[in-house]
Design a protein around this ligand. Sequence first.
Ligand code: PEP
Ligand code: MG
Length: 598
Amino acid sequence: MSESIGGPVSLDGSPASEGIGAGKVFRLEWGVPVVPHRSISDDDTETELGRFHDALAWAKERLEETKAVTEERLGSVEARIFDPQILMLRDSAVVDGTTQYVRENRLSAERAFELRMLELRSMWSRTSHPMVLDRLNDLEDLMIRVLHRLLGKNDPTDLVKTEGGVIVVAPNLTPSLTVQLELGQVVGIATDHGTRTAHWAMLARALQIPAVVGLGDVFQRSVDGQEAIVDGRIGRVVLNPGSREKAHFEARQQRHSEWEQEIGAIAALESVTLDGQVVELRANLDLPGEAGQARDHGAEGIGLFRTEFLVVGRNTMPGEEEQYEAYRATAEAFPDRAVYIRTFDLGGDKFPMFLHMPQEANPFLGWRAIRVCLDQPELFRTQLRALLRATAHGDVRLMLPLVNDVEEIQQVRALLEEEEAQLARDGIPYNRGYKLGVMIETPAAALHAAELARHSDFFSIGTNDLVQYTLAVDRTNTRLAKLYNPFHPAVVKQLHQIARVGRAAGIEVSVCGELASSPLGAFLLLGLDITALSMAWPSLPEIKKLVRDVRMEDARSAARKAIAASSSEEVIRCLLDGIGDAVDVEVFSGRWSLSLPD
Ligand code: PEP
Ligand code: MG
């Protein structure tokens, strides 16, 4: 291992998993090994095929072990992430194709397998479809695994011999690699590619390993054994930190650990501003297993339950019973609290294997969310039935993503009425008074909010998408990360408009996009009189602290100035001035305030 020479290198990517970690770089070369060309004689055919099948069986066993570990650590739903790879091992395109090369071209098992996988990879790579790209990652992972076995090489993920905290630096990761990273030993992950919504990033969050993705060239720039800091909160990685950077991050880390200790106390406190405004703080769930952590961090209900975990990476449609159990468990984890469950938000960067989504030039502008559900009645009705049944176990509210038109809500209501009638005929209980609302995620919905409000019981603003569509900046494009600015005046004006319209219509307006989890963002939202905020559970205590340290009066006055501001920087300035000394923004806020010039 060598120490790199030179000063600190600070790289900005996207935050993918909370927390700060400092340690020594471990470059994870999870690459396809060089496979020597080797022909075999006719007599060796069966031996080679035997080796191939042994390697497949070994890979299956390892994957099943990893799946079992995941199930134990995180839960059965999370463990299903490994199913597509396990299935791939039996796929005839893989097995028969390789067998054919061994038999007909007299190639060694590793060479035949490599060729077949390269063929499949090249076929799949011709599309830019995110679902296929996700599978491509799985395919590559499998290829590396099996080839290592056939070539008798060590597993490159073997970190056991590495001492102390490890920062794993890789071009990208896969779910199986992430689960294999020894807990406690790996204190941070930094990758060139990947998005927050990637499966492995979800696992990193569940395992509480800080991670930053989309760093571009961190793998190339890093050196094994060099010191590094990963700040999964603001999405920054510092290689070779100097004393200044170390001191800065140590202070942040120190504050974070003190913070962790305060969490228990804060979770029990009321979420109310200095001038008496009660603020509902709810959690966003990506996986049902997070409900317990959400509660421990003080969640007063679930503001967004993303249900895509039930379908993404799966080969079959999830059944009504399985869905019902997942929704019911979440409702029961929060008795007497609202639980907003969003119907499948498929498309964009989330695709189930069974839907055979068409390849699209612009998936985020394409067949997505409510559009997919309305076109797939079988899938949608099953979910609606499971949701209706779950309403019998708590205050379950149904939330529709990416709605632009009144007709979309009307179509869903018509489907719900039919399903309700069927449940009534079957004597299955549900709550007739359940609420149905929409996410406001596009400028069209914001401008059309008054009409949408007439047909909705609530609005929940999805700022992640609202920002993307307002600014025409792809939220997954790391190159555009700097342009993806939720404090852009156009976004602020829309938030103001949506809040005003919702209030006038007498319906609840909440925010469940990431903006709510940044102190500056939350302060702005309070100032716009949006007093129901939902966020990833690790941010809850911090936002509660903010709520308890500010006055609505100050937030409103800052928001008034922000609405009139002519630039994002001015918006941020107004908010920082409004917050004043109430909160240590430098330590706790996200990138939006830190990106201000010193
Ligand atoms: C959003 O768009 O803000 C949102 C909460 O939904 P998602 O991030 O799942 O698209
Ligand atoms: Mg969204």
